[in-house]
Design a protein around this ligand. Structure first.
Ligand SMILES: Cc1cc2nc3c(=O)[nH]c(=O)nc-3n(C[C@H](O)[C@H](O)[C@H](O)COP(=O)(O)O)c2cc1C
Length: 366
């Protein structure tokens, strides 16, 4: 077994990474008025200095009136916000890092406790915020076309600002996933349907528009998940055949990397095989994939939202799967919130210095 595959370079089109470790996208809400500050730039630059191979930014919202429910989540539009992002990518590059923004539209979501509301109603495929529960409006054809244009514009801006790739947030029950998921997509037009493939049309058109905007060589990652914030047990694809019918058209539309979000990377996706979601995505599409979920930690992120910490755990099982070729890259979330130096410590075998995750890390941009 090659114990150091984790630290082998990875090349794909516009991406040249020094190792296989990706910082997972994590919403921080430290960008007042949607503008990333110099503290945000320093936070990402510290992870680059700590040897992270690829940073995926926190979700940053596209130019739609109700793409966000939080005024402190960064925008990826408007002169000030794009100026803030330019400073971020310049600092990350100066620190030897590589970075992609995660482009996001929340779809129909619950308002934050603060009571802040965007200047328009939340929008989604059918207005559902959760199964059977209306929380916004159903998008018209025009809303859909303008949303697709907003993603394409953001991707084109990312490239122009100097980012190395883009990630589209298609997971966790937000807008794109609300189209995928039948309980939140009850449309009877071309964006709805009984099958997952029919409900993927919105994502397919969106990816095609993003591909057109960035050209053939700029890497597009798509984050997908079976689970939803509305239902952790939800499954979009219940068999490998359904997963293939879902992901292959998205690959054909222009996805280079599937970033397969699981709470625990070691969970098998289907019975009869120990392959996880990223393993199946790579096998079925032939595209690169990223795994994620409790890497290097003893507990999953739901524990974090309950306020629990997690202690360090072994990377042996992760390395076994990486060496077997299941996936190309591995994303780590919480551990990098607590410890910007985590990647370097792993590289140098300084396991006694690993500190795990504690909830205090959520409150600061250290
Ligand atoms: C504070 C926090 C914020 C998150 N925000 C996002 C986000 O903006 N976009 C996204 O796709 N996932 C988000 N996630 C999920 C993480 O990217 C990751 O998939 C999850 O934390 C599991 O990885 P971990 O076990 O290494 O923490 C967030 C997770 C945490 C803990």
């Amino acid at each position: 077994m090659n114990a150091q595959l984790l630290f082998q370079p990875f090349r794909l089109k516009s991406l040249a990474l020094k190792n296989r470790i990706v910082m997972a996208p994590m919403t921080r809400s430290f960008s007042p008025g949607g503008v990333p500050t110099s503290a945000v730039a320093d936070y990402y630059a510290r992870r680059s200095e700590g040897e992270v191979g690829l940073i995926v930014s926190e979700g940053t919202v596209v130019n739609r009136p109700a793409s966000s429910n939080d005024p402190n989540i960064p925008h990826f539009y408007g002169e000030k916000s794009l100026g803030g992002w330019k400073a971020v990518i310049e600092k990350v590059h100066a620190a030897g890092g590589v970075m992609a923004p995660q482009l996001w539209h929340m779809g129909v979501v619950a308002p934050k406790n603060s009571g802040w509301l965007p200047p328009a109603q939340f929008e989604g495929p059918s207005g559902y915020v959760a199964p059977g529960k209306i929380g916004g409006i159903a998008m018209t054809d025009r809303d859909i076309a303008e949303t697709i244009r907003a993603f394409a514009q953001a991707a084109s801006d990312a490239k122009a600002l100097g980012f190395d790739a883009v990630e589209i947030h298609g997971a966790h029950g937000y807008l794109i996933d609300q189209f995928f998921w039948h309980p939140t997509n009850q449309r009877t037009d071309r964006y709805g349907g009984q099958t997952l493939s029919e409900r993927s049309r919105f994502a397919e058109e969106l990816i095609r528009a993003v591909r057109h905007a960035v050209g053939p060589e700029f890497v597009i990652s798509l984050r997908v998940s079976q689970w939803k914030q509305q239902d952790y047990a939800a499954k979009l694809a219940t068999t490998p055949q359904e997963m293939e019918a879902w992901l292959l058209p998205l690959a054909a539309a222009g996805v280079d990397i599937f970033h397969c979000s699981q709470r625990r990377f070691w969970d098998a996706e289907f019975s009869g095989s120990d392959l996880n979601f990223a393993g199946w995505a790579k096998k079925l599409t032939g595209k690169a994939s990223i795994t994620v979920g409790s890497i290097g930690l003893s507990g999953d992120f739901l524990a974090a939202f309950r306020g629990d910490g997690s202690v360090p755990s072994s990377l042996d099982e992760l390395r076994r799967r990486l060496d077997r070729g299941d996936f190309d890259l591995v994303a780590v979330g919480r551990v990098l919130l607590s410890d910007a130096e985590w990647t370097r410590k792993i590289h140098e075998g300084r396991s006694s210095e690993l500190i795990g995750f504690s909830k205090e890390a959520l409150a600061t941009l250290a």
